[in-house]
Design a protein around this ligand. Structure first.
Ligand SMILES: Cc1ncc(C[n+]2csc(CCOP(=O)(O)OP(=O)(O)O)c2C)c(N)n1
Ligand SMILES: CC(=O)[C@@H](O)[C@H](O)COP(=O)(O)O
Ligand SMILES: [Mg+2]
Length: 630
């Protein structure tokens, strides 16, 4: 029985001695590797904060004192220490432990997270509420250097410094976002005061001074003292001191004694303070230390070798097909620019960044900036493609509306992770974009049903002169052969894929395949359903949809989006506007946040897979399931 096995509360670790703590840290790292090797998940970030998490729960009286994690992907140790060890093997699975802090899961989780850069704002809110209620608990935000590239973090720093509230921010600086961190803040944080220029300047000054007759020696000592204060002035502290924070650091984030001493001292300070902690992403597991990007979010792997499992013969992902096609198009069109918000690998842009570095931008975790930056580029003859997860584009809704669509600028939004993403759960499902984009004037929104149509979507966006969005799912494509020539699709034109007299499926994207399967199944029961791939959420193919609705009188819309304001709503609006009489059954996601699980499980759970659609149509037509014998 390891020490970790006995833990049910952080109180138990507060009187462990250094040797026991070292053993516990080793136990935790073993548990992280062994579990994530099976479940998949965020490993490198978690390995990097084992000592920090131990120190936080030893110094602060959690859950009375509160810890707000930024993104929260690095909170596995926090969960192991707060009574969730037994459930840890259910990590990121249906009905299992979430991969992120969740208030409903534990009193030790004081704020739900998943999207970056929120921790300081949330922690400040908790601190102000504490003061309003006469409390004296400590509030700590733990934010990574990558998440600090999000503007929201600075909005929080700005107000916290002004309000002078008792608040502790722990900056976990491992010089990594998912890939190496970017931007001026990152280089400022890792400012090397021993940079070549500084060393050369120092040497030459020293030579000069020592050769001065008489007081040269004294001047050398004076210069040395000046150098120390210059360093003090130029270290990252200056940035945070300017915001009104007491800055402490940088300190070694793997030295438990130093961490605890520093956090204890800082906990006694009044007003806002920031502790700059330097850690190594992937610490303690060689494959993750060697490749922290790969082990940031990793699928199941062999713990002994670090070899990530790849199902043999799996078709390429939609993401990789997008990335490859974008490079091909960019090589033929020098106006094309690729922009990512800290998700180079996730959006498949590694190749683009390597082959066309002068036309590639990683703006950090700054989605709002990414969109308005793209608008600026488009204003001046460039053709920017913002490659972004659907869920993260939610951050930039007003930038899409106000800076791109209102000016009718040719910006392409390549939205990856469209639809249910699976294990990341409700904070990451891309199931709202139909609803949050469809109502914006000037925007064209295409939804490819497979990888061939995905390539066409990119070509269509490039040929189109205005704001253009398309979305595609997380995971493997359908293994189709891609055409040599990729021609743009006619905007707003749908495609009838199957005949049927009893009704018609109007489907978008991945739901086209489900609708075809359901139609096949229903045929066996004498129900003949036509299938239309609407191809575009906006503009709709009014001619085709109206004709099919009038021909059959029964329309089933199918979408992997919330029903509220989605594709089915668009069809209802069309029928209302044109006074078409047809019965409409909308198949899509209900007005809830869909939990975690595999994509397949979640589609089945919410009846948006072929069996679920079949059941819904059968019920709507009042046809009990007939056995194959009839
Ligand atoms: C708004 C938003 N954009 C992008 C992401 C994807 N994302 C998750 S973690 C991460 C990198 C975070 O880096 P850092 O804060 O330094 O944490 P580390 O993994 O290095 O511990 C990114 C880009 C996100 N969760 N939220
Ligand atoms: C924590 C976070 O937001 C990212 O790491 C996200 O989990 C990546 O998602 P994918 O695994 O779909 O790339
Ligand atoms: Mg980092």
């Amino acid at each position: 029985m390891s020490l970790l096995d006995t833990l049910t509360s952080p109180a138990q670790i507060r009187n462990l001695n250094p040797a026991e703590l070292e053993e516990l840290a080793a136990d935790i790292r073993r548990e992280l590797v062994d579990t994530v090797a099976v479940t998949g998940g965020h490993l490198a970030s978690n390995l990097g904060v084992v000592e920090l998490t131990l120190a936080l729960h030893r110094v602060f009286d959690t859950p009375r004192d509160r810890i707000v994690w930024d993104v929260g992907h690095q909170a596995y140790t926090h969960k192991l220490l707060t009574g969730r060890r037994e459930r840890f093997c259910s990590l990121r699975q249906a009905d299992g432990l979430s991969g992120f802090p969740k208030r409903e899961e534990s009193e030790f989780d004081c704020f739900d997270v998943g999207h970056a850069s929120t921790s300081i704002s949330a922690a400040l809110g908790l601190a102000c509420a504490r003061d309003a209620m006469g409390g004296d608990e400590k509030v700590v935000a733990v934010i990574g250097d990558g998440s600090l590239t999000g503007g929201l973090a600075f909005e929080g720093l700005n107000q916290a410094g002004h309000l002078k509230k008792d608040l502790i921010v722990v900056l976990n600086d491992n010089e990594m976002s998912i890939s190496p961190n970017v931007g001026a803040i990152s280089s400022f944080l890792s400012r090397k005061m021993t940079s070549d220029l500084f060393v050369r300047f120092k040497k030459e000054t020293q030579n000069l001074l020592t050769h001065l007759p008489g007081f040269g020696r004294e001047l050398v000592n004076l210069a040395r003292r000046a150098e120390d204060s210059l360093k003090g002035f130029l270290t990252p502290g200056m940035l945070f001191e300017a915001f009104g924070f007491d800055y402490v650091g940088p300190i070694d984030g793997h030295n438990l004694t130093e961490l605890e001493e520093t956090l204890t001292n800082v906990s006694r300070l009044k007003g806002p303070s920031l502790v700059h902690v330097v850690t190594r992403k992937g610490k303690g597991y060689a494959p993750a230390e060697a490749n922290p990007s790969l082990f940031h979010g990793v699928g199941p792997f062999d713990a002994a070798s670090g070899e990530v499992h790849k199902p043999p013969g799996a078709p390429p992902s939609y993401t990789s097909i997008f990335g490859r096609t974008l490079v091909e198009m960019a090589e033929a069109d020098s106006r094309l620019i690729a922009i990512t918000a800290a998700m180079i690998e996730g959006t498949g842009l590694q190749d683009f960044a390597k082959r066309l570095p002068e036309r590639f931008y990683d703006v950090g975790i700054a989605e709002q900036h990414a969109v308005t930056f793209a608008a600026g580029l488009a204003c001046h003859g460039q053709r920017p493609v913002v490659a972004i997860y659907s869920t993260f584009l939610q951050r930039a809704y007003d930038n899409v509306l106000h800076d791109v669509c209102l000016q009718n600028l040719p910006v392409i939004f390549a939205m990856d992770r469209g639809g249910l993403v699976g294990a990341d759960g409700p904070t990451h499902h891309g199931v709202f974009d139909y609803s949050y984009l469809r109502h914006i004037p000037n925007l064209t929104f295409m939804v490819p049903r497979d990888e061939v149509q995905l390539c066409r979507a990119l070509a269509t966006g490039l040929a189109h002169g205005g704001p253009f969005a398309f979305r595609y799912p997380r995971g493997e494509s359908q293994g189709l052969k891609l055409p040599e020539e990729i021609s743009p699709a006619p905007i707003g034109q749908g495609e009838k894929l199957r005949e049927g007299k009893d009704g018609v499926f109007f489907a978008l994207g991945t739901m086209v395949g489900e609708a075809l399967e359901a139609a096949e199944e229903l045929t066996k029961e004498g129900i003949e359903m036509a299938v239309v791939d609407a191809c575009f959420l906006k503009p709709l193919d009014r001619t085709l949809l109206l004709a099919e609705a009038q021909r059959t009188g029964f329309v089933v819309t199918c979408e992997e989006n919330v029903l509220q304001g989605g594709f089915g709503s668009a069809v209802l609006e069309l029928f209302e506007e044109t006074a078409v009489e047809a019965r409409v059954l909308r198949v899509g996601l209900p007005d809830v946040f869909v939990d975690q699980g595999t994509q397949k499980e979640l589609r089945a759970r919410h009846d948006i897979d072929a069996p679920g659609i079949t059941r819904r149509v059968r019920a709507a037509l009042g046809r009990p399931r007939q056995s194959a014998a009839g």
